[in-house]
Design a protein around this ligand. Structure first.
Ligand code: F6R
Length: 628
């Protein structure tokens, strides 16, 4: 959730740290800070921080030059976003930044207080800074001290540490993403490759339990093992770890990420850019089926034919928007493939005494591939004996992808706006492909149906493009929402999850309280809320449930409710005084949820514009939830 950048080079790295933080700011924007070995202050450590945005930090740092430093943009867990809680946290000549949560920080803090350390922040992170300092008293170097400190931590961390007088930065990870960048003029570390694009594309992903020492001309990595969530050890006999060979034990990947992919271009916001990139993102995701008339299971990995054979049901694990894509997929998997499918919120599943089934296919859906709850839920399912796992993910080397036996990589490109848009629709495309593939594997699919599904999928980018042309009308609807405090989203069947997603989008970026309901449930409670002040947004595709849905709309109209209906061109829904109707160009059968959600994304975006909220960085949120 936080962003980390670190650098040791033969030139000034302050601009790189600031640029890297700017790129990572969407991952956490409560505060930002850097600690550098300041060339203008006899290479002493200088710490600068801002409780505002990275742009404020950039102003403070403009006169500073340094050849080594660490930087952080924070999403607060322990302690409010104040100056003293901002990273880096310091301990007499040691500075440290951290992403994650240390679960045993209280006993460590007590031990350190007994040793005379004084704590100035409310963070869990400060214990790591003092612990490293404490370990330095009897360690040969910073690397050893960090390894010894890490061996005592329970919880999740990605850290970067710098010490006054040293020529290195030491980084370590367990449970939070961290990678190294190998450059011509120096070596680097970051929580995401996009932060290092201007200096290198040669990336080494650290694994669980890795500790690395970064110098100007060398990088050393040691593995102290994956562990579970870390473990406390006797500090007299720490785990020193196994030295690893870069390029052998930890391969060097050449990042193909383009600078434009993470730049705003002509758009006002990343969310707007990402909504409009959906036709392209869908086309890229579907590129892997090419012109084929028939799907092969190995689209999901070389072992897919074995893994798919004999599965009796599907369990989908995910959070937030990704959970909603799972809910849509349930309709497809059951209807097209005839396979029972359950969808669980990962944070609930991981603590629930469920009944394991080794023949169940477990699917983890995640844009980032780093969501702590989703990752933990897959590990939990595996610990129960369920080894048939598939990741549907947008980030190739992410933890969830590495945890699963099979993978399908969506090609949405980097998603920077906190509200997920193109990741969602590309997940839907992947899940539709999966439903058709499973149907085929279970012998339920006719050649004609398979060809039709593939034709429909290929047409999807164009169909989404047509929905995007509705933006002006949707923007005019958004004006009606400026003074509203609540909104209800209704859908039926596979559009019910789209109602949930529409409500989530609206609440997260416009701060209007919104609920998604299956329209048939209205009279069982939520109808009590309906009045002229609560807009009711309805998804009304021309499907088998349309007539039922129209009865539900009557119930709203009869109680003075104002309806905003997203219908299809041929949905028989009539405009009226309090019934506004907007028509999508075509009814798109089973893939209709993909089109309707795009219209709802545009609605939320324009309501947020009208309300003047920070669209890409909504309050209290962050992208990529790497803490529990
Ligand atoms: C909402 C949103 C979140 C994420 C959720 C899971 O717009 O983006 O609800 O969908 O935090 O994230 P991933 O998909 O990265 O696992």
């Amino acid at each position: 959730m936080c962003g980390i950048v670190a650098a040791v080079a033969d030139r000034d790295i302050v601009p790189l740290l600031i640029e890297g933080l700017t790129r990572l700011e969407y991952r956490g924007y409560d505060s930002a800070g850097i600690a550098v070995r300041d060339e203008s202050a006899k290479r002493a450590l200088t710490r600068m921080c801002s409780t505002g945005r990275v742009a404020d930090l950039a102003v403070q740092a403009q006169d500073c030059t340094a050849k080594a430093g660490i930087a952080h943009t924070r999403w607060a867990t322990h302690g409010a976003p104040s100056e003293r809680n901002t990273h880096p946290l310091m301990s007499s000549g040691v500075a440290l930044v951290h992403n994650g949560i240390i679960e045993n920080y209280i006993p460590i803090r007590q031990m350190l207080i007994a040793q005379g350390y004084v704590f100035v922040s409310e963070t869990d992170t400060e214990v790591i800074a003092h612990l490293v300092h404490f370990e330095l008293k009897c360690a040969a170097d910073l690397l050893t001290a960090v390894r010894r400190a890490c061996a005592q931590l329970v919880g999740a961390y990605g850290i970067a540490v710098i010490r006054e007088g040293d020529d290195c930065v030491v980084v370590a990870r367990r449970g939070s993403p961290l990678l190294l960048g190998l450059g011509e003029h120096g070596n680097y570390a970051a929580s995401d490759a996009s932060a290092l694009l201007s200096v290198t594309r040669n990336i080494v992903y650290l694994e669980e339990g890795d500790v690395a020492e970064i110098k100007r001309q060398s990088v050393r990595i040691f593995s102290v093992g994956a562990g579970d969530t870390g473990r406390a050890t006797d500090r007299e006999c720490p785990e020193e770890g196994t030295p690893l060979v870069i390029g052998v034990d930890r391969p060097v990947h050449v990042s193909t990420l383009s600078a434009e992919a993470v730049e705003l271009g002509d758009y006002q916001h990343y969310m707007q850019k990402e909504i409009f990139e959906q036709p392209e993102a869908l086309a890229a995701t579907l590129e892997m089926i090419g012109g084929a008339q028939s799907l092969m299971p190995n689209l999901f990995g070389a072992n897919a034919p074995e893994v798919f054979t004999g599965i009796n049901s599907v369990l989908i694990l995910a959070c937030g928007t990704s959970y909603h894509s799972g809910l849509v997929a349930r309709y497809w998997i059951e209807q097209i493939a005839g396979i029972r499918c359950t969808v669980e919120i990962a944070s609930e599943y991981r603590y629930r005494a469920s009944v394991p089934d080794p023949n169940q296919l477990v699917i983890a859906i995640s844009q980032s591939g780093e969501t702590a709850d989703t990752l933990a839920s897959v590990k939990y399912a595996k610990s129960l004996g369920m080894q048939r796992t598939l990741a549907i993910c947008n980030v190739p080397e992410s933890a969830i992808v590495r945890e699963c036996a099979l993978r399908f990589l969506t090609r949405a490109g980097p998603e920077v706006g906190v509200a997920s848009t193109k990741a969602f629709t590309t997940q839907l495309a992947a899940l539709f492909l999966l439903a058709v593939t499973l149907a085929k594997a279970s012998g339920r699919l006719s050649v004609a149906d398979e060809a039709q599904y593939l034709t429909d999928l290929r047409h999807l980018p164009l169909a989404v493009q047509k929905v995007l042309t509705l933006e002006p009308q949707i923007a005019s609807w958004a004006l009606h929402f400026a003074n509203k405090h609540h909104a209800l989203f209704l859908g039926r069947g596979m559009h019910y999850p789209i109602a949930l997603e529409g409500a989530l989008k609206l609440k997260e970026i416009s701060y209007i309280h919104a609920e998604g309901y299956p329209a048939g449930e209205l009279k069982h409670g939520p109808l009590a809320l309906v009045d002229a002040d609560m807009p009711v947004i309805t998804i009304a595709p021309n499907d088998a449930l349309l007539e039922k849905l129209k009865s539900n709309l009557m119930e709203v109209a009869a109680r003075g409710g104002e309806l905003y209906v997203f219908a299809d061109a041929d949905s028989a829904v009539t405009e009226g005084d309090a019934v506004h109707v907007l028509r999508l160009a075509e009814h798109y059968g089973l893939l209709s949820p993909v089109l309707h959600v795009v219209a709802l994304q545009l609605l939320s975006y324009h309501v947020a514009l009208v309300k003047g909220t920070d669209v890409d960085k909504p309050r209290n949120l962050a992208k990529s939830v790497t803490v529990e």
